[in-house]
Write a protein that binds this ligand. Structure first.
Ligand code: TXA
Ligand code: MG
Length: 355
């Protein structure tokens, strides 16, 4: 299949005329990748089971892993969900449009092909102007997983989408690099206590401040054993996986850096290529210019949003450079750091070392 790639001239001031063709493709049951404020999404008509099937095929994704339906405004929500609990209204007022997904009981119109057989549907209203306008022009809710091949890090630039999806989908919209860099926060509001299923830029601290108590799904911080069914089915897969074995070193930044530098030198001496994830604060603690060591500053400990923003691009770069192993420092585990640690732990297959 020929994939048409279009570039939005000024993504913050996108014109309807730039998105007319893309909206037509979605309405006709095709696939269009587009930027959002979190990561690039792979969009199709969420009400069309056939279109959903094409998404799973393009990504190589297991079909029991449900898709998020994206809407452009509140008026589009009641058609999809059987009830809008008060908690959801509060969350929507505070965080929509934005990087928050809520899980509701679905209406019949939402096909099981979109929800992976579940009676619930995940809904998000993106704030990114290109994403929001594309959904509005399509005139249908847009099912959109991250636009990566299943198992690869989510795409944060159009080039990543082109790597994974060129030739497999109808169109890729290049709207430049995304803002946040990690996927949306997911909160289940379908019954009882609101429950955090995936941490993101709308942090647990922000949710708790607004709602009081919020439960946290155990799949967020640890591996899911084979007999437990995680609430967000996607959490059981080794998502965000780089090709190399990754080790996450936990402890103070200085001690972690010393341990990583030692292990990396040993590995490099034995002929391996090693990727290291460090920070502006710890950069000087690593050796310079050692053959076989690829050292990447992922951002600043003083501003973990920068770490979130660069994480997936760095993991992809290590894939491209064919490193044999990756060592990463660890992060606070609070605020956006909770989302960063969730993705790093999954990328490492929960392989951690304490120093
Ligand atoms: O930021 C995002 O959410 C991006 C952009 C494109 O909007 N999308 C995204 O989609 O990350 P995806 O498919 O890569 O991740 C969706 C996650 C999966 O872990 C899935 O299991 C969970 O949402 N999910 C979807 N529907 C659900 C449901 N009804 N109940 C529980 N979890 C659900
Ligand atoms: Mg994904």
């Amino acid at each position: 299949m020929d994939t048409k790639i279009i570039r939005i001239a000024d993504p913050l001031n996108v014109k309807d005329s730039e998105l007319t063709e893309a909206a037509g493709i979605i309405r006709a049951g095709g696939l269009v990748a587009f930027p959002t404020e979190t990561v690039y999404g792979l969009g199709a008509n969420a009400l069309d089971e056939n279109a959903a099937r094409k998404i799973y095929a393009a990504k190589g994704r297991p079909s029991d892993n449900p898709l998020i339906a994206h809407i452009s405004c509140m008026d589009e929500l009641p058609a999809l969900v059987s009830a809008i609990p008060e908690t959801a209204e509060k969350l929507a007022a505070a965080f929509w449009p934005g990087p928050l997904t809520m899980v509701f009981h679905k209406k019949e119109i939402v096909p099981y092909g979109t929800t992976g057989g579940l009676d619930t549907v995940a809904v998000r209203m993106p704030s990114d102007p290109v994403a929001n306008r594309l959904i509005r022009l399509s005139g249908v809710p847009v099912a959109a997983p991250s636009a990566n091949t299943s198992g690869r890090p989510s795409p944060t630039q159009a080039a990543h989408v082109i790597e994974d999806m060129n030739g497999k989908i109808d169109m890729i919209i290049d709207g430049g690099p995304v803002g946040i860099g990690l996927e949306s926060t997911i909160v289940d509001v379908s019954g009882g206590m609101p429950t955090l299923l995936r941490p993101g830029a709308v942090t647990l601290e922000m949710l708790t401040e607004l709602l009081g108590e919020v439960a946290v799904d155990p799949a967020i911080s640890g591996p899911v054993s084979a007999d437990v069914k995680p609430k967000a089915p996607g959490m059981k897969y080794r998502h965000y996986a780089p090709k190399a074995q990754m080790t996450l070193v936990e402890g103070t930044a200085d001690k972690a850096a010393a341990c990583i530098a030692r292990e990396a030198l040993k590995a490099a001496e034995s002929g391996k290529r090693v990727g290291i994830i460090c920070t502006e604060e710890t950069r000087a603690l690593y050796p310079d210019g050692v053959p076989g060591i690829v050292l990447r500053v992922i951002g600043s400990r003083g501003n973990e949003e920068t770490v979130a923003h660069n994480l997936f691009a760095v993991l992809r770069e290590f894939d491209d450079k064919d490193v044999d192993c990756i060592y990463s420092e660890s992060f606070s585990g609070e605020n956006i750091g909770r989302a960063v640690m969730n993705r790093l732990l999954k990328a490492a297959g929960y392989h951690t070392v304490q120093v």
